[in-house]
Write a protein that binds this ligand. Structure first.
Ligand code: C2E
Ligand code: MG
Ligand code: MG
Ligand code: MG
Length: 289
């Protein structure tokens, strides 16, 4: 029996591995050529203020178009870009695109950009962001930077010095995917983040009438507020999830229920459909978003 299974696994394993190697090579090539061939695009997903039901800001999420028009997921290409170092150029490009876009939005909207640990390695990030703030004219308080705990675990370069310098610029720092890593609590205690984003796995398991999930969410939100952080719930897909979270005084909601990541050209129509028209009249039309 064992021998038979062994042989079977072996037979299917080889072609799988070849597929994986070919796929990796393909993605790697797309990543390397992506900027030059205009294959990257930044999409924006709304964050909602649940007390007013209005859009508070957008998270920038990178997209890579494949030659056949399909899309390669960032969960697949970001790790590859991190490995081969392309993330340095790509990350700088995402920052520039996002900050430029946001500088044309109404002033009450922020933009949130994901940073990879490697972007802290060469010690140039603070200067880069300082330069972009000046160039785009974006108010620093309207820029939010999302990092995950892997940054704090790996300690590439002088991470805490760079985080301090970013905070001194007036930029908001956000801890992304909170609750899934190893020692989140220690990092929250040690570093001052402005925001906490609860990983969507917790929100996903809401609505299965699981009291344990509710207690975890209650507790994370309370902890965030006690430490002076705003708390975002990610991955809200259903009305039931939104309804439950409403009872918990989250500061921001994010998820397909409110809006998927969309290209810049769709932001103005989205904002108008979402009853924020009075705030935006004049402002959005002028800027040809
Ligand atoms: P993230 O920063 O946690 O971003 C949220 C992810 O959850 C996005 O996936 C978003 O599309 C997805 N999402 C949002 N709402 C829902 C929902 O209701 N249901 C479900 N199932 N998913 C939802 P995406 O765009 O595929 O990005 C995946 C990850 O790739 C991001 O996770 C982030 O870690 C990374 N990433 C994306 N763009 C960039 C970037 O420009 N730079 C870096 N370094 N990483 C990026
Ligand atoms: Mg994020
Ligand atoms: Mg996240
Ligand atoms: Mg995530």
């Amino acid at each position: 029996q064992a021998k038979l299974m062994g042989r079977n696994t072996c037979v299917t394993f080889t072609p799988d591995l070849e597929d994986k190697v070919a796929r990796r090579r393909h993605v790697e090539e797309s990543v390397v050529l992506g900027l030059a061939t205009d294959r990257f695009e930044v999409h924006f997903q709304p964050l909602i203020d649940p007390t007013s039901d209005q859009v508070a800001g957008f998270e920038a999420l990178l997209r890579l178009k494949d030659a056949d028009g399909s899309s390669i997921s960032p969960s697949e290409f970001i790790p590859i870009a991190e490995e081969n170092g392309e993330i340095m150029r790509i990350g700088a490009w995402v920052l520039e695109q996002s900050m430029r876009a946001a500088s044309n939005w109404p002033e009450h909207l922020f933009v949130s950009v994901n940073l990879s640990t490697r972007q802290f390695e060469d010690g140039k990030l603070v200067a880069q962001i300082t330069h972009l703030l000046k160039q785009t004219g974006l108010a620093p308080t309207r820029l939010e930077l999302e990092v995950t705990e892997s940054l704090l675990i790996e300690q590439a370069g002088n991470v805490s010095g760079q985080l301090d310098a970013l905070r001194d610029l007036g930029v908001q720092l956000s801890m992304d995917d909170f609750g899934t890593g190893y020692s989140s609590l220690g990092y929250l205690w040690k570093y001052n983040f402005n925001k906490l984003k609860i990983d969507r796995s917790f929100v996903m398991s809401l609505g299965e009438s699981d009291e344990r999930t509710q207690h975890i969410l209650d507790t994370i939100i309370m902890l965030g507020h006690k430490l002076n952080m705003q708390v975002t719930a990610e991955g809200i897909e259903t009305k039931e999830q939104a309804t439950y979270l409403r009872s918990l005084s989250c500061d921001h909601f994010q998820g397909f229920y409110y809006g998927k990541p969309m290209p810049e050209s769709e932001l103005a129509p989205y904002l108008m459909d979402n009853t924020v028209l009075p705030l935006l009249e004049g402002q959005m039309q002028d800027k040809s978003l």
